[in-house]
Design a protein around this ligand. Structure first.
Ligand code: FMN
Length: 343
């Protein structure tokens, strides 16, 4: 029951940092800025990965997302996905030149198109390559490096084998998403595995995976009380108030939250339209957001259906007006078994 201004004081008291996970196609600078401005509660934001493409190009459209002028008021950690030292150095130097002090190396992307090319989680079984890259690049760059990793590619065993090998390197943090890549997002994340392996690392560790509600946060935090950084992904996109709910012992004024959600949504729409320009592309992007947002409304299926069938801006605005008028924002947990999302 508080306004955003007073909230910013309250949110400093939680002893655990909460960050927004990188989600390609969703948590771009437009989403991050709108979330930060209208809802808040997030300490730091990770940008979806940058990479050098097959033709060895680093596309300007990708650079745009992390430019400091496009992320003016938030703490941003850019992410890279690479499997060789040359690409690592090229991206690290670019990110460093923008003034960032940390970058994150993606060793977690699970999709076969990526892993078959020994990128993301596809690099996890190749310990020698990982070690060689770190040995080669770390002495050459000033920017600090953190890693975000899954527990393995085809099973959970890489985590316990790789963590001790990373101990000699001056990494700023290792964010562990305890689920192996072949599982994609189907099985539950495995916090017990995180806990069982955490003593193998000399590094600061962060937890990521299936934090969908304040209750699930508290359950995981109880299991791993020493971990003081939790990264929130789908749960925070589906319920943009999740970080604030985790921090707040009090209930929410639903009317106020509804208004904040609408301001957040309207800015997301306007800036997405400005960036993508085309009506079709903008609608496509907004539909993927609503695959998550619809979870928060009293009639998830109906809300998503209304959005899904809007084939013009007029129809889209009509659909959102109806949802905001006829449905309540419930601030309920993301339900991975009842979603409208292509994960
Ligand atoms: C569509 C989609 C895109 C993603 N893109 C990225 C990415 O660019 N970089 C990354 O490290 N993780 C990416 N992830 C993984 C998330 O950052 C996070 O690790 C995962 O969703 C588990 O956290 P959650 O259960 O809180 O969602 C992506 C996940 C999804 C569903």
């Amino acid at each position: 029951m508080f306004a955003l201004e007073s909230f910013n004081n309250i949110h400093k008291h939680l002893d655990t940092q909460l960050s927004l996970a990188p989600i390609q196609g969703i948590t771009n600078h437009i989403f991050r800025n709108a979330l930060h401005k209208h809802i808040g509660g997030v300490d730091k934001y990770y940008a979806p990965y940058l990479r050098i493409d097959k033709e060895k190009h680093f596309r300007p459209s990708k650079q745009y997302d992390i430019l400091p002028e496009n992320n003016p008021d938030l703490t941003l950690i850019p992410q890279i996905m690479v499997n060789n030292s040359a690409d690592f150095l090229k991206l690290a130097e670019f990110i460093e030149s923008l003034g960032y002090t940390e970058l994150n190396w993606n060793l977690g992307c699970p999709y076969p198109m990526v892993t078959n090319r020994k990128l993301g989680a596809g690099l996890l079984p190749h310990h020698t390559t990982i070690i060689e890259i770190l040995n080669h690049v770390l002495p050459k760059i000033k920017i600090s490096v953190s890693i975000k990793m899954r527990s393995g590619l085809t099973d959970d065993t890489e985590l316990e084998k790789l963590l001790p090998k990373l101990n000699p390197f001056p990494l700023s943090e290792i964010i562990i998403h305890p689920r192996f890549a072949k599982q994609l997002y189907k099985e539950k994340a495995n916090p017990e595995l995180f806990k069982a392996c955490s003593h193998l690392s000399a590094h600061q560790l962060a937890y990521n995976g299936d934090v969908f509600s304040p209750d699930s946060f508290r359950t995981y935090k109880k299991q791993i009380p020493a971990i003081d950084h939790f990264m929130l992904g789908r749960g925070l996109v589906a319920n943009p108030f999740l970080a604030r709910q985790i921090r707040s012992a009090k209930g929410f004024d639903i009317q106020e939250a509804s208004e904040q959600f609408q301001s957040f949504h309207n800015e997301l729409f306007e800036n997405t339209q400005k960036m993508l320009r085309s009506e079709g592309q903008t609608l496509l992007r907004m539909k993927s957001y609503w695959g998550y947002f619809s979870h928060g409304f009293s009639n998830n299926r109906k809300a998503y259906k209304l959005i899904k069938k809007s084939n013009s801006f007029n129809k889209y605005h009509e659909a959102t007006r109806r949802i905001f008028k006829e449905q309540s924002l419930l601030l309920q947990p993301y339900n991975r078994n009842d979603n409208n999302i292509d994960e």
